[in-house]
Design a protein around this ligand. Sequence first.
Ligand SMILES: [Ca+2]
Ligand SMILES: [Ca+2]
Length: 70
Amino acid sequence: MDKMTEAEAEALFAEIDADGNGEIKLSELRDYGQDHGGAVGGVKLVDFVRGADTNGDRRISLTEFKSHFA
Ligand SMILES: [Ca+2]
Ligand SMILES: [Ca+2]
């Protein structure tokens, strides 16, 4: 997929992080995916989590998100 700018990645992160706590959890991803065809930035959710969650806590921090997308 195409890389985003850092600002675009931050905007997308904020959109997915529904409760605004600075971490994306699986339920937030699922809710987002339901409105966006099961994909985030063109990446399937399961692959997204596997790729972006580098420390394995099953939540995506903004740092992880940006290092994955931007
Ligand atoms: Ca959250
Ligand atoms: Ca993580």
